[in-house]
Design a protein around this ligand. Structure first.
Ligand SMILES: [Fe+2]
Length: 146
């Protein structure tokens, strides 16, 4: 997701949406660092592994971008795609945190809590943008072009 976010920001029309993606990119960088710290707390070495589910979600977003022009309508699709990614991340970090709790590794629990809070906030911010402006913008643009 860290690699996909700059393209997502660039594909956005709404400056607020672009800003939200750029700001989450910065947070996502921090999530990678926190994950490294979680591995340290567990005394394990991190290994890179591609998530097929995440890859699929990103591909769906890319397909939507290539099938739309830069427009408020595309923005609604970007938000919908990003909400799916955030929910997947929330589920993954949530179950990882539950494992850390079971193992009694409190440092990992706290690190994952911080990341979970940012993921939930990013998800809520996207929904708020959709409901407060982006969806209406898309509807207005569609009405004009009809
Ligand atoms: Fe995220």
């Amino acid at each position: 997701m860290f690699k996909a976010l700059p393209k997502t920001a660039e594909a956005s029309t709404s400056p607020e949406l672009r800003q939200a993606f750029e700001s989450h990119l910065g947070e996502t960088k921090g999530h990678v660092t926190r994950l490294e710290q979680v591995f340290q707390a567990l005394r394990k070495k991190p290994k890179g592994q591609t998530s097929d589910a995440m890859k699929g979600l990103i591909e769906e977003g890319e397909d939507m971008v290539s099938n739309t022009e830069q427009s408020p309508l595309r923005d609604t699709g970007l938000i919908a795609a990003a909400n799916r990614v955030e929910h997947y991340e929330i589920a993954a970090y949530g179950s990882t945190q539950a494992f850390a709790k079971t193992l009694g590794v409190n440092e990992a629990v706290s690190l994952l809590e911080a990341t979970l809070a940012e993921e939930k906030k990013a998800d809520e911010k996207l929904t708020e943008l959709a409901e407060s402006s982006v969806n209406q913008e898309a509807l207005r643009a569609a009405s004009v072009s009809r």
